[in-house]
Design a protein around this ligand. Structure first.
Ligand code: FAD
Length: 323
């Protein structure tokens, strides 16, 4: 069984950033991930990652992987199925192998729930979107619709109402749920039409989305011309393989404190699978570096060393400088 000091679950921005900070300290580190990039693969036009003007999520993912590997970190594309405590750390079972580690960083992210209509994938990023806060700015002055549940739908409406010329809010229930004041703001906005007791039956268009067909509780259908449909049905976070070791909140997120500390002293976590607010790439990267450094410090303390206070050091002549 291969042994590493630190094993990281997930090669999204959180996991790769954690890996970079760990590997750069000459710690043996393995990232295990189902794929490279995670949700970044869903972003063809990335506008808000500081330091790069107009990139894509996939380019950023490849850059982060290259950067991580340049520090001699290792990566394997596989699925983590179980993490258990062992005598001197953890045993990690994947679909194809088993590994040992002294500390773990969890960065498994999440996957947005789909609506389940025909052609949904075909129109993805061509009118169909799953992250309003990420993609609303692409629809300045256009007609959009949002379908979803609870506060996700309310937030989607509020964000789009600042951009779109007209928007439809579609819900299965008879009333918008969520913060009363926010709901009132939406109800009073003349650009927003709230369509209750309805669901999206089908979508259509040419190279981009053009129409959605709604069906109400009586079975009547209605066609709307739209430039975009935002699907806000929450996301799936799968933590079955580790839920016996860390505290998870009612939303299914790993509870963390500063430095990515979980309820287990040797397990750290970062990114969208945690309780952090504003789930975005830059946030996942920052929190990934925090969790990576905390895992490194945990190992140093096991060895009786003080750990690091700065994130890198340089030797000039005979003197070591910490920055
Ligand atoms: C449609 C969409 C558009 C977005 N647009 C933007 C944007 O424009 N700007 C922005 O900043 N943010 C955007 N985001 C949000 C951003 O993508 C996420 O906040 C970010 O990717 C979270 O990073 P993460 O590393 O926590 O998780 P993820 O990116 O979800 O990566 C998690 C990784 O862990 C792997 N994994 C999960 N479970 C296991 C397991 N058991 N074993 C092995 N591997 C596992 C996954 O396969 C994946 O590779 C968007 C999100 C979506 C859905």
């Amino acid at each position: 069984m291969q042994e590493f000091e630190i094993v990281i679950v997930g090669a999204g921005p959180a996991g790769l950033s954690a890996g970079m900070y760990v590997a750069r300290q000459n710690v043996s580190c393995l990232v295990i991930s189902k794929d490279l990039g995670g949700q970044m693969n869903l972003i063809p036009k990335l506008e808000n990652y500081p330091g790069t003007i107009m990139s894509s999520g996939q380019i950023l993912a490849k850059t982060l992987e290259t950067q991580y590997l340049s520090f001699k970190g290792e990566i394997v594309y596989d699925t983590v199925e179980k993490i258990d405590e062992s005598e001197d750390g953890f045993k990690i079972k994947t679909t194809r192998s088993e590994y040992k580690a002294k500390a773990i960083v969890l960065a498994p992210g999440k996957v947005p729930n789909m609506l389940g209509v025909e052609n949904e994938s075909e129109y993805f990023n061509k009118g169909i979107h799953y992250c309003t806060k990420c993609d609303a700015p692409f629809y300045q002055g256009r007609i959009t619709a949002s379908v979803g549940v609870g506060s996700y739908l309310v937030e989607s409406g509020l964000l789009l109402s600042r951009m779109a010329s007209k928007m439809y809010l579609i819900l299965k229930g008879s009333k918008l749920a969520g913060d009363k004041d926010l709901v009132t703001t939406l109800e009073n906005n003349k650009n927003i039409e709230i369509i209750t007791q309805s669901s999206v039956k089908s979508i259509s268009g040419n190279s981009t989305l053009q129409q959605i067909t709604l069906v109400d509780s009586s079975g009547s259908e209605k066609v709307l011309d739209v430039d975009a449909l935002f699907i806000e049905l929450g996301s799936k976070i799968n933590l079955d393989y580790v839920k016996h070791l860390v505290k998870i909140n009612t939303k299914g997120e790993i509870e963390i404190e500063s430095g990515g500390m979980t309820s287990h002293p040797a397990i750290f976590a970062a990114g969208d699978a945690t309780t952090i607010p504003y789930k975005q790439i830059i946030v996942a990267c920052g929190d990934g570096s925090n969790a990576g450094l905390s895992a490194f410090n945990y190992l140093e303390k096991l060895k009786g060393k003080p750990g690091i206070r700065a994130d890198w050091k340089k030797q000039i002549g005979g003197q070591v400088f910490h920055y």
